[in-house]
Design a protein around this ligand. Structure first.
Ligand SMILES: Nc1ncnc2c1ncn2[C@@H]1O[C@H](COP(=O)(O)OP(=O)(O)OP(=O)(O)O)[C@@H](O)[C@H]1O
Ligand SMILES: [Mg+2]
Length: 171
């Protein structure tokens, strides 16, 4: 189980809760100093996801996008099943009925995708309303995203190996 020790994360919980269900502009910056910090941030999002939530995860290789998804998986008791869908593009997870607001989670990895047209041809946007979507390398489909999508940009610290700066935003 994950515990919320980082007070920064507690401070942003109310904001995340409201922004996840509206379409307002915002920008929150938070520092993660460990893999567990990143999972704890993901846990806060997991609590408030619904079947039309969309989280767009961007940032260089190894910055923690899949770790973030694992944190969401831990909340929904599906963490043992989570793998990176680099070759399948999208993995689908059925969520237990006890989690009333989410019935499915779709985990995308668009790293291999070359264009927004390829996304429309091979995947399509129906997923967006059928479950909560977590989309690694999602910026390639920015123009298709509904107005409730939340972006999380991960930036690695150049010196500190385990530090990541997360910019959580919506325009
Ligand atoms: N603060 C941190 N948050 C997340 N991961 C961290 C952190 N510090 C170190 N790490 C390590 O960085 C790596 C992140 O890997 P992960 O697979 O999540 O990256 P990714 O962004 O999904 O990469 P890719 O673009 O290849 O899919 C893991 O090995 C993790 O242990
Ligand atoms: Mg990944």
């Amino acid at each position: 189980m994950i515990y919320l020790e980082n007070s920064n994360i507690k401070d942003i919980e109310e904001k995340i809760k409201s922004y996840i269900s509206n379409t307002k502009s915002f920008n929150i910056n938070i520092t993660s100093n460990s893999q567990d910090d990143t999972k704890n941030i993901a846990l806060v999002f997991a609590k408030y996801l619904t079947n039309n939530s969309i989280l767009i995860l961007n940032g260089e290789l190894g910055c923690g996008k899949t770790v973030f998804m694992s944190g969401i998986g831990e909340y929904f008791n599906i963490s043992d099943k989570i793998s990176s869908p680099t070759f399948t593009i999208v993995n689908e997870y059925d969520i237990d009925d006890k989690f009333k607001s989410v019935s499915k989670i779709f985990h995308f990895d668009l790293y291999r995708l070359k264009s927004v047209y390829e996304f429309l041809d091979e995947i399509g946007t129906d997923y967006f309303s059928e479950g909560a979507c977590v989309i690694e390398w999602g910026e390639i489909i920015n123009e298709l995203l509904p107005s409730n999508a939340i972006h999380i940009d991960f930036l690695k610290d150049k010196e500190k190996e385990n530090t990541r700066y997360l910019k959580i935003w919506r325009n």
